[in-house]
Design a protein around this ligand. Structure first.
Ligand code: FAD
Length: 384
């Protein structure tokens, strides 16, 4: 049976997050964005609401929901602001999820309760200065020395890695060579504050300006061998599967941003007058808004379809790639159209559409660029 209606729980969550985003995020986020400041107060409120524990079982302090619940919350947040949505997405689907999916019982007990509570944030370190798309090209190394891994290397563009709440980053590192001569890549937890682990410069970004992004460096950084996540040599596969899920979450953010553009325009075109009429009376504007609604709707359906396959236990790699592609295109196109509808005010920081315009671009880059999504889709069709 095809049923796109939300369950009562998902609908209640959507309403709660929507109300929160409109009443508490919308009035203040512009200031954080301009100051390029991490919004600790908003993150604390999201933690109180249980958003950081949404898809995790109650035994680890989670809310016992599912991955789709996380996506619904992300869509509603991104409808108002993408920096807070990105912070939640990275904390849950990239920070905590590798430990939940692949960690040892001890690692889950040690880290998940605080990550689920939102009092601590986790980060995910895959991308390196030498490249992010080619995830197997990892140069960071972790050499075994007695009971420790000795890590050397660096990571680029890591979300949530430098906040006061950050407690760990899970990284990929080369831990040896496989019998076929290829790199053995493993996932290792590096707690914040470990000697030799430096949270380096904070990036100045085009968008997501109220989210936290840093470069990381590891120089003879020692962590216990017990910080290995799952088996040695499984890191590459673990990170790819985390990214498959993460793409559905990013698609939800894109759908939210695309819908947020419609929300803003609907208000504006009724108020703004040109040539003696509200601009919403002009068909050129009406058609732009209709196209925007179509794109937001299509993005939502695309991520619902991917999430539905994921929760049904079916393969969803292709659907996740399609959802991310459709949704990031929708976010880009809608934010460009919305900025145009706002005219000169669209270019001013006092209106959210300019922020949406700047925030949309990263959706075509992070967690696999649009080119990589196309490669995955083509591969799933047997081409390439
Ligand atoms: C704000 C922000 C937050 C981020 N957060 C994180 C994070 O938390 N953790 C993390 O690990 N990473 C993070 N990233 C990194 C992000 O995932 C990478 O930037 C992305 O995967 C692309 O990698 P790259 O920048 O090295 O580009 P490259 O891999 O160098 O690609 C450059 C260009 O070449 C294209 N290209 C590459 N290979 C091919 C190919 N085979 N065929 C066709 N085209 C190709 C790409 O599509 C792109 O257009 C973040 C990035 C940003 C900007």
């Amino acid at each position: 049976m095809i049923d796109f209606r939300l369950s009562e729980e998902h609908e209640a969550l959507r309403r709660t997050v929507r109300d929160f985003a409109r009443s508490e995020i919308a009035p203040v986020i512009g200031g954080y964005y301009e100051r390029e400041e991490f919004p600790y107060e908003l993150i604390a409120r999201m933690a109180e609401m249980g958003l950081f524990g949404l898809p995790f079982p109650e035994e680890f302090g989670g809310m016992g929901g599912d991955y789709f619940a996380l996506c619904v919350a992300l869509e509603e947040l991104a409808r108002v602001d993408s920096s807070v949505a990105a912070t939640l997405e990275a904390a849950v689907s990239l920070g905590a999820m590798p430990i939940f999916r692949f960690g040892t019982p001890e690692q889950k007990r040690r880290w998940l309760p605080e990550l689920c509570s939102g009092e601590a944030l986790g980060a995910f370190g895959l991308t390196e200065p030498g490249g992010g798309s080619d995830a197997g090209a990892t140069r960071t190394t972790a050499k075994r020395d007695g009971g420790e891994w000795v890590i050397n290397g660096s990571k680029s563009f890591i979300t949530n890695s430098g906040t006061k709440l950050t407690q760990l980053v899970t990284i990929t590192a080369v831990t040896g060579t496989k019998p076929d001569g290829t790199k053995e890549i493993s996932t290792i937890i590096v707690p914040s504050g470990t000697p030799g682990f430096t949270v380096a410069r904070k990036y100045s970004k085009v968008g997501w300006n109220a989210s936290d992004t840093h470069e990381l460096s590891f120089v003879d950084c020692r962590v216990p061998v017990a910080n290995l996540v799952g088996e040695a040599g499984r890191g590459y596969a673990q990170f790819l599967s985390i990214l498959d899920e993460g793409r559905i979450a990013i698609a939800a953010i894109g759908a939210g941003l695309a819908q947020g553009c419609v929300d803003e325009c609907l208000r504006y075109v009724r108020e703004r007058e040109a040539f003696g009429h509200p601009i919403g009376e002009y068909q050129a504007i009406q058609f732009k808004i209709a196209d925007m609604e179509v794109r937001a709707h299509s993005a939502r359906l695309a991520y619902y379809a991917a999430a539905s396959k994921m929760s049904g236990g079916e393969p969803f790699k292709k659907e996740a790639a399609i959802a991310k592609l459709v949704s990031s295109d929708a976010a880009m196109d809608n934010s460009r159209a919305a900025t145009q509808i706002f005219g000169g005010y669209g270019f001013m920081n006092e209106f959210p559409v300019g922020r949406f315009y700047r925030d949309a671009k990263i959706l075509e880059i992070g967690e696999g660029t649009s080119e990589i999504q196309r490669l995955l889709i083509a591969r799933s069709l047997g081409v390439g």
